[in-house]
Unconditional design. Structure first.
Length: 329
């Protein structure tokens, strides 16, 4: 069995190879079928128009060979890159903010210590690429600069695109447009969305909301990493990439769909918790096991389990939650 997965991540000691093999042999059939459909859709072109068909295709998964291209197109990153030729390289050649550079350097060795491609001994070592993308982004978006969590997101983008400049523009699409205000110094958008999830759980899984309230567990304690890292290091790689496929096309409501599905699916298990630490442990547990490994079934569930979830509902909740947070100071 291979200790390292196709993306360079070392598998943990207790990795369940047998059930993974069983899943992957089935999933391979799905991937092959999808790849043929995508090739027909693209017909060798480097563009697609947004449509219901494309949305359906994306929900069923983008084959890895087309993933970088589709992410670039549907997120608007491709257009931005084409409209700003040479911009990325100018950022790297320009004056640098020493404090920013220092903060990024500090996080280099902490980024994916379990990924062989990010090791200093790797050739090429992706730490260098990651450093460039983050430094360029910090100078491009001075309001955000650099904040922990961005290193993991940029790292994933580099693994998929294998292209420094594309990773930069995709990071810009995520932080600048798709995730509202997650990484600004006050992280207001991030805090708001955690509260929004709490409100959605009240509506859709009230028993769990009641349990959290009874034991005084704040949502930020159990789900902040889900939001900050967009499920990196929380769910299996294949599953994270399938979530990102939809995130780039449909926007931030996908994060709520994933979170609600995890909670709803494991409602009975979570409700067994009898105290504060117990609840925190249960939330760690629900992101493991076959339910999250079987990414194809999992992705079907996120669009059915939580029921309807409109952007209008989310935006309304965002407004009230943001006001509440601001009034608390």
């Amino acid at each position: 069995f291979c200790r390292v997965d196709p993306y360079g991540f070392e598998r943990p000691e207790d990795f369940d190879y047998a059930s993974y093999e069983a899943f992957f042999s089935r999933y391979l059939v799905v991937l092959t079928r999808r790849a043929i459909k995508w090739s027909k859709l693209l017909k060798g072109k480097n563009s697609i128009q947004k449509s219901l068909k494309v949305k359906r295709y994306i929900r069923k998964g983008i084959p890895n060979e087309h993933r970088a291209l589709i992410w670039m197109i549907v997120s608007g990153a491709q257009t931005n890159m084409e409209q700003n030729p040479g911009y990325y390289h100018r950022l790297l050649e320009g004056e640098k903010n020493d404090k920013l550079v220092e903060a990024i350097k500090t996080d280099m060795n902490r980024t994916f210590p379990d990924n062989v491609k990010f090791r200093k001994t790797a050739d090429p070592c992706l730490q260098h690429t990651l450093y460039n993308v983050l430094v360029a982004y910090g100078h491009h978006n001075k309001a955000v600069g650099y904040c922990q969590g961005m290193n993991f997101i940029a790292g994933y983008l580099i693994l998929i695109t294998k292209n420094e400049e594309e990773s930069f523009w995709l990071l810009d699409a995520l932080i600048g447009r798709i995730l509202p205000d997650y990484y600004s110094p006050a992280m207001l958008g991030l805090k708001t969305d955690q509260e929004v999830l709490g409100e959605l759980v009240k509506m859709k899984v009230p028993a769990v909301a009641e349990l959290m309230e009874r034991h005084g567990v704040m949502w930020t304690l159990v789900v902040s990493r889900w939001f900050i890292c967009l499920f990196i290091d929380i769910l299996p790689v294949e599953t994270v990439l399938r979530i990102w496929d939809c995130l780039f096309y449909e926007g931030s409501k996908i994060i709520f769909r994933v979170a609600l599905t995890l909670i709803k699916q494991h409602q009975a298990f979570i409700l067994e918790a009898t105290n504060f630490p117990d609840i925190c442990d249960k939330f760690k547990e629900i992101t493991k096991g076959t339910f999250v490994t079987e990414c194809h079934t999992f992705m079907q569930k996120i669009f059915t389990d939580p029921g309807s979830l409109s952007m209008a509902t989310i935006n309304k909740l965002r407004e009230t939650c943001r006001e509440k947070l601001l009034s608390q100071g």
